[in-house]
Design a protein around this ligand. Structure first.
Ligand SMILES: CC(C)(COP(=O)(O)OP(=O)(O)OC[C@H]1O[C@@H](n2cnc3c(N)ncnc32)[C@H](O)[C@@H]1OP(=O)(O)O)[C@@H](O)C(=O)NCCC(=O)NCCS
Length: 121
């Protein structure tokens, strides 16, 4: 179970789709109801975490909640030598924001989206 420096309710489950890599997903819900997100990783690549569905509740936006979550995630990755990956819409304010706080693009996902990430080294 991944332990982050956040007050969360969390749940972890694994899944082995036939013919595909087994993976594990961990859901995090901030206890104050401000946000939720998912981390998943393939069981044969446990050091490469993927962040998806980071959602801050509308009434909590622009108060630094996402920044706090990302900072806790990068602290965890630094300490445990994990990579963090996620995808965003290309040329969006979210891409520009992630770049401004130190995340780097690391490949095209499809025509509209790119992968970005944090590589602890
Ligand atoms: C993207 C999202 C997670 C940001 O959450 P948040 O807690 O509001 O973000 P923060 O308060 O930490 O904002 C940090 C910075 O991001 C930028 N930002 C946040 N929302 C913005 C918006 N709507 N437009 C432009 N810039 C924005 C600003 O630079 C902001 O800093 P500032 O408020 O000091 O100007 C939230 O808007 C959300 O849940 N959106 C819907 C789902 C989504 O798009 N998830 C991301 C998938 S990759």
């Amino acid at each position: 179970m991944i332990q982050l420096n956040l007050d969360v309710i969390t749940h972890k489950a694994s899944w082995s789709p036939s013919g595909d890599h087994a993976f594990t997903e961990q859901l995090f819900i901030l206890r104050d109801g401000s946000a939720s997100f998912v981390l998943y990783w393939y069981d044969d690549k446990p050091d490469s975490l993927v962040l998806r569905n980071l959602f801050v509740s509308t009434e909590f936006r622009r108060r630094g909640v996402a920044l706090k979550i990302l900072s806790s995630l990068t602290d965890y990755c630094k300490l445990n030598k994990k990579e963090l990956h996620f995808w965003v819409e290309k040329d969006s304010w979210i891409e520009r924001w992630y770049r401004s706080i130190g995340f780097a693009p690391n490949g095209e996902m499809d025509g509209d989206n790119i992968w970005m990430g944090y590589l602890w080294s």
